[in-house]
Design a protein around this ligand. Structure first.
Ligand SMILES: [Zn+2]
Length: 244
């Protein structure tokens, strides 16, 4: 009887269409500006709208599922999960939104997360409140926190303002839950992580590489992200996203 049970279990494992390993390693990409480089700031923090569109078409044509952090658990179930993120809330992220609107179809729903800085909302070349509302209402963009004023969190004393107040301000604006924090400059430490855990479910660094679920303590508060740069070719992009 016991052997028969083991035999059945073996059959179930063998024919389970969801591979256990498929869900536990996936890329989280980081972008800043989606615009032509106009000569100010670091060129590598820009990706042209044309290249961004090519990259998203690659994901569409190669069967990726673009997720936001509210759907974290789905990464275990869907085919080729990937997270697209943008830091700093630049106005030109509307170019990425336009690409998403253009590429969305019955079977492909491009989604991404924009990490905004409440103190910077509405400043020149940053997203306005109206932009943010329009994007969240589309269901394609999730707005999450990049702190209240973009300090190096490991060197600031005012963590309550940076973490809790920023979360509340964004929630007021979007009427949606804020559950993820991108640490400015990717900087964090155990003090920052312990405070972040009080208000968030996820903390994102800028340590490159795909995310691999290992079960180590606080791994969801040290999520790695890989930069997509101005100079990233579509071949390099394919290598970054094809992690299996
Ligand atoms: Zn930043």
């Amino acid at each position: 009887m016991k052997n028969f049970f083991l035999f059945l279990l073996g059959i179930v494992i063998m024919f389970n269409p969801v591979k256990a390993s498929a869900a536990q390693k996936f890329p989280i990409l980081i972008y800043h500006s989606i615009a032509e480089y106009a000569g100010t700031g670091l060129k590598e923090l820009y990706v042209t709208p044309e290249n961004f569109e090519k990259q998203m078409i690659y994901l569409k044509e190669h069967g990726f599922t673009l997720l936001t952090f509210e759907k974290w658990e789905e990464a275990k179930k869907v085919k080729k999960p990937i997270f697209i993120t943008f830091d700093d809330g630049y106005k030109n992220n509307l170019n990425a939104f336009a690409v998403f609107q253009k590429l969305q179809s019955r079977v492909f729903k491009p989604t991404a997360t924009i990490f905004v800085i409440p103190e910077f909302i509405g400043r020149p070349n940053r997203l306005t409140k109206a932009d943010i509302k329009q994007m969240t209402n589309s269901g394609l963009i999730s707005i999450q926190s990049h702190t209240a004023s973009h300090p190096n969190l490991t060197k600031t004393d005012n963590l309550q303002y940076e973490l809790k107040d920023s979360k509340e301000k964004i929630q007021e604006l979007t009427n949606k839950k804020v559950i993820a924090l991108a640490y400015p400059y990717g900087n964090t430490n155990s003090r920052v992580i312990n405070e972040t855990k009080k208000y968030y479910l996820f903390g994102l660094t800028t340590t490159p590489g795909p995310f691999t679920l290992t079960g180590i303590k606080d791994e969801l508060f040290m999520l790695p992200r890989t930069y997509i740069k101005y100079s990233t070719t579509i071949e390099q992009f394919a290598k970054i996203v094809e992690v299996e």
